[in-house]
Design a binder for this molecule. Structure first.
Ligand code: ISE
Length: 348
C-alpha cells in the first residue's frame, strides 16, 4: 500500500459497485478502497473483511464525511444520489457517480447549480462508453473531419435479459440514457426532441414491458439519431453505433474479435454476454483516468477540477432527455426536451 494512494469510499457494493471495488483493488493503480458502505450492512462488512485496510461504515453520509476518505465512488440506487452528491459537495469530496446523476431533472439541475456555486468540478458521471476504445476512435474520426459533417446516427442497444421489475420507463432511463450521452459526446450538441415508438412486443418479454422500443432523437443542429432498444433478446450484450456523414460512414460494436472456422463448415466468433465484458476495459480506463485526475486536483487544488470526463452538466442533460423520452413513451408523440441554457449557470 503506497503512502499517497487515493483513499476511496465505494458506496453500494451490488453488481457494479463490487466490480469497482475489484477494479480499484486489482486493475488500476494509485488508489485503494478505504471504506465501503451498502444498505445491506452484512454485504459491506463481508467486502471490507476481504480487503486489507478497508472498513465498512454503516451510514453513507458518514462514509462520505470520513476523514480517511479522499474521494467517493457512488454505486448506490439512483434514488439516493441527490442526498449523497450534496454531501460530497458539502465535504468537498470528488465523486465518480454511476448514472443517473439523480432520478429527476429538477434535482439534477440543483446539483449542477450547487457545484457551480462552489466553483470547483467535483462530480464525474459514470458514462463509461466515452472511455471505450471503439467510441474513442469514432469520436477521433468525427473530430478529424474525415467523415465530413455527421448527418445521421443509427444505434442498437440489446441486452440478453433485464432484472426482475425492469419496466418500460427503465428502458428509457437506464438503457437509452447511454445513447443519449453517446449522441451528445459524438455529435457535440444537445438533443432537442425525442420520440419513443413501441412496436409489437417480444412475446418473451415480461408482461407489461414494452420491448423492443425505438427512440428517435433530433439534435439542436437538426441531426437524426435512431436507437433500437431491445433488452430481452435472450442472445447476448450487443451495442452498435453507426455514424453516417457527408463523406462516408463508420460503425463500431460489430463484435469482430476472434473469428474461428471449424468443422463441420462453421464460421464465427463470440459475443460478449454482459456489459461487464463488453465495457470492462472502458470501466478500467474511466476509473484510472478519474483517479489520476483526482490526485492531480488534490496536488494542485487551484486548477478547480477533480474530473476528467462527463460532469454534472452531462448528467443533467441526460436526465432532461430521458424525462422527455418517458413523456413520449406515455403519449406516443414526439416530446421537446426542456433544459436551461448552460451559460445561465456559471461554471457548469
Ligand atoms: C444497465 O444499467 C447498463 O448500464 C447497461 O450498460 C445497459 O446496457 C442496460 O440496459 C442497463 O440496464
Amino acid at each position: 500500500m503506497s503512502e499517497n494512494e487515493l483513499r476511496i469510499a465505494v458506496l453500494g457494493v451490488g453488481l457494479i459497485g463490487a466490480q469497482h471495488v475489484d477494479r480499484i483493488t486489482s486493475r488500476i493503480t494509485g488508489a485503494r478502497v478505504a471504506v465501503v458502505n451498502d444498505y445491506v450492512t452484512d454485504k459491506a462488512e463481508q467486502v471490507a473483511a476481504g480487503l486489507p485496510g478497508c472498513r465498512a461504515v454503516a451510514d453513507p453520509l458518514d462514509a462520505i464525511a470520513d476523514p480517511d476518505v479522499d474521494a467517493v465512488v457512488l454505486a448506490t440506487p439512483g434514488s439516493t444520489h441527490e442526498k449523497q452528491l450534496l454531501a460530497c459537495l458539502e465535504n468537498r469530496k470528488p465523486v465518480l457517480c454511476e448514472k443517473p446523476l439523480t432520478t429527476d431533472v429538477e434535482t439534477s439541475l440543483e446539483i449542477v447549480r450547487r457545484e457551480a456555486e462552489l466553483g470547483v468540478k467535483l462530480i464525474q458521471v459514470g458514462f463509461m462508453r466515452r472511455f471505450d476504445p471503439e467510441y474513442a476512435q469514432l469520436k477521433a474520426l468525427l473530430d478529424g473531419g474525415e467523415l465530413g459533417a455527421p448527418l445521421v446516427m443509427h444505434c442498437a442497444h440489446r441486452n440478453p435479459a433485464v432484472p426482475h421489475g425492469f419496466g418500460s420507463e427503465m428502458v428509457v432511463r437506464d438503457s437509452l440514457v447511454h445513447e443519449v450521452d453517446v449522441t451528445r459526446f459524438l455529435l457535440g450538441e444537445e438533443i432537442v426532441s425525442i420520440q419513443i415508438l413501441t412496436p409489437a412486443a417480444n412475446p418473451a418479454a415480461p408482461e407489461g414491458l414494452a420491448d423492443p422500443q425505438i427512440a428517435i432523437l433530433r439534435t439542436a443542429g437538426g441531426r437524426h439519431v435512431d436507437v433500437e432498444l431491445f433488452v430481452t433478446t435472450g442472445v447476448a450484450y450487443e451495442v452498435r453505433t453507426e455514424v453516417v456523414g457527408e463523406l462516408g460512414s463508420a460503425m463500431i460494436g460489430l463484435d469482430v474479435g476472434l473469428v474461428r472456422k471449424s468443422a463441420p463448415g462453421r464460421w464465427g466468433g463470440a459475443i460478449t454476454p454482459s456489459f461487464k465484458e463488453r465495457f470492462g476495459q472502458a470501466f478500467n480506463t474511466e476509473v484510472q483516468t478519474w483517479v489520476d485526475a483526482v490526485r492531480a486536483g488534490l496536488a494542485d487544488p487551484a486548477t478547480g477540477t477533480f474530473i476528467a470526463g462527463p460532469g454534472a452538466w452531462d448528467g443533467y442533460a441526460a436526465a432532461a432527455v430521458c424525462e422527455a423520452g418517458v413523456q413520449s413513451l406515455r403519449s406516443g408523440a414526439p416530446a421537446a426536451v426542456s433544459m436551461v441554457a448552460r451559460d445561465s449557470i456559471e461554471g457548469a
